[in-house]
Design a protein around this ligand. Structure first.
Ligand code: 13P
Length: 257
């Protein structure tokens, strides 16, 4: 039986004052979702604030990105060693908002997938669990390319790191058309894609396929979380907008109990 994980991606939101309110509010209810893994992903500048608030609680924390390089002259980047220094349990990798930014620089999609695999390798080398985000754009969705896009990233990661490495990771299916749009994928659609991902991994190793957590992300709210989380291959959610609101986020965490 896989444990459920609810991850709150704050994106580029918050100030010390609003973070404090949010953290205090969530912690007031933390006992009501004891059986669920819950993790928060603040902007990196607030990592220390979040670490101090969550230390000794049942919640964990991480960042929204990391560098594929170990250290050195990489202005503006954050290394896996630094994340470990701040007690991060997880790191998000390959979020579509990051992928789009890189695409603006005309990086070839395959190169981009390889960079994501390098970041993955870097995170696990420091004992940090990467949450690898994948999902199709609205255009790819309309062209029926969902499985092709997701299959390619899984194949590259498996080829580069070996299928066993996936047991040290979490996967997140985040269709770009559902992110921040208020239009979540239906539980049935998400289930179908999650099941495809598990089957693709099972071709290499059925045990890893059975044990890896696969989250769904894209307009998850308090009122649609329960039917999504009740699907057999959906192991929790990666939450954006609703993770900034105490009541919404707490009700999503409670839907995972
Ligand atoms: P929303 O929940 O705001 O759609 O964002 C999802 C997301 O991108 C989480 O990483």
């Amino acid at each position: 039986m896989r444990k459920l994980l609810v991850a709150g991606n704050w994106k580029m939101n918050g100030t010390s004052a609003t973070n404090k309110k949010l953290l205090d509010g969530i912690l007031t209810h933390a006992d009501s979702f004891n059986s669920v893994d819950v993790a928060l992903f603040p902007p990196a500048v607030y990592l220390q604030q979040v670490q101090q608030a969550l230390k000794g609680t049942n919640l964990s924390w991480g960042t929204q990105n990391l560098s594929q390089f170990r250290q050195g002259a990489y202005t503006g980047e954050i290394s896996a060693v630094m994340l470990k220094d701040f007690g991060c349990r997880y790191v998000l990798i390959g979020h579509s908002e990051r992928r789009c930014l890189y695409a603006e620089l005309d990086l070839d999609q395959l190169v981009l997938d390889h960079i994501i695999a390098e970041k993955y390798e870097m995170a696990i080398s420091e004992g940090i669990t990467p949450i690898v985000c994948i999902g199709e754009s609205p255009e790819e969705h309309a062209r029926g390319e969902t499985e092709e896009i997701i299959g390619r990233l899984l194949d590259i990661t498996i080829e580069r790191l070996g299928v066993k490495a996936l047991s040290q990771a979490v996967l997140a299916y985040e269709p770009v058309w559902a992110i921040g749009t208020g239009k979540s994928a239906t539980p049935e659609w998400a289930q179908e894609v999650h099941s495809f991902m598990r089957e693709r991994i099972a071709k290499h190793d059925p045990t890893t396929a059975e044990t890896v957590q696969i989250l769904y992300g894209g307009s998850v709210k308090g009122n649609n979380a329960a039917p999504l989380f009740s699907m057999p291959d959906i192991d929790g959610g990666l939450i954006g907008g609703a993770s900034l609101d105490v009541d919404e986020f707490v009700s999503i965490c409670q839907a995972a109990v």
